[in-house]
Unconditional design. Structure first.
Length: 294
């Protein structure tokens, strides 16, 4: 249980801690000021310490020396954010240049600031930067795709494939047979059609049974992808790997994940072989307000 106290002499009764603790309801406002009446319900999010204007809250999980003041100039401008969103591209051609491990560690550290469901902060990462190990992952991915495509095309087992992966995925597997065969041929000729010879592959993993593990991983991954741009790195999410790995015991063993953990996202990163000088347009999404049935 978290140890949380409020200094009644410092508290200005603004109600900020009560308002932001909307799920756990740790705080209540009294005539003497705010009081931490349910510290056992604390999620450990730190919102209360962050919002208090006078540092009246003493929270053992968040000592003030570890919680720097947010200055007005710390936030990037709207134009800077818009540029970051527009300029990032999915990179599939990389230089044969290693990425320093210290940079990878910094990227993983940046990813921890992404939101997680109920503040579980349970996402971890494994990194591959050995060509042979990345090759094993690529081979396992293609072999898994070949196996599922053959099963999806077999009329005797097709119904079971539909039950396992869904009708739409099964249909796509059947139609993708020629493409997957080409990918297999590419592998045989020393071409990596999965990770594109990227020098680093990062895989985010969470506890098995975590309903929001995938969401947590996607948030963190995209923050890391945007951060990669500031290091001169390019990135690409690897959907083929993610689609296969959870249904391939052999590929899962290759990952050597800790017990009880499952992969949630994978992306490749490295120094781009080409630079881009224009931003192509994107479709403007439809936006509907308050739709009604009928």
């Amino acid at each position: 249980m978290a140890a949380i106290t409020v200094d009644p002499k410092a508290c200005v009764r603004c109600g900020g801690c009560v308002d932001v603790c909307v799920s756990a309801h740790v705080f209540e406002m009294t005539d003497a000021g705010s009081n931490a009446v349910r510290p056992d319900a604390c999620w450990g999010c730190g919102h209360c310490v962050s919002v208090c204007p006078v540092d009246a809250i003493d929270h053992d999980l968040f000592p003030l020396e570890d919680c720097p003041i947010i200055e007005a100039g710390d936030m990037p401008s709207r134009d800077m954010l818009r540029a970051a969103f527009r300029f990032r591209r999915s990179i599939r051609t990389f230089q044969a240049k290693p990425v320093p491990r210290d940079i990878v560690r910094e990227l993983v550290s940046i990813g921890r600031w992404a939101p997680t469901a109920t503040n579980n902060q349970a996402l971890d990462w494994i990194a591959f930067d050995e060509r042979a190990r990345i090759g094993e992952l690529a081979d396992g991915t293609v072999q898994g795709m070949l196996r599922f495509a053959k099963l999806a095309g077999n009329p005797f087992v097709r119904p079971f494939v539909r039950m396992a992966v869904g009708q739409q995925t099964a249909r796509r597997l059947r139609s993708s047979g020629p493409l997957i065969e080409k990918m297999s041929d590419a592998l045989a000729n020393g071409i990596d059609p999965i990770f594109y010879h990227a020098p680093v592959v990062l895989i985010g993993h969470a506890q098995k049974g975590n309903l929001f593990g995938r969401d947590d991983a996607v948030y963190a991954m995209y923050n890391m992808m945007l951060a990669c741009e500031t290091y001169g790195l390019g990135t690409c999410q690897i959907g083929f790997f993610q689609a296969v790995v959870s249904r391939s015991p052999k590929l899962l063993r290759t990952l050597a994940l800790p017990d009880g953990r499952v992969p949630q996202v994978a992306f490749a990163l490295g120094y781009p072989a080409r630079s881009y000088r224009r931003v192509p347009p994107r479709r403007t999404p439809d936006l509907t307000w308050n739709p009604r049935l009928g």
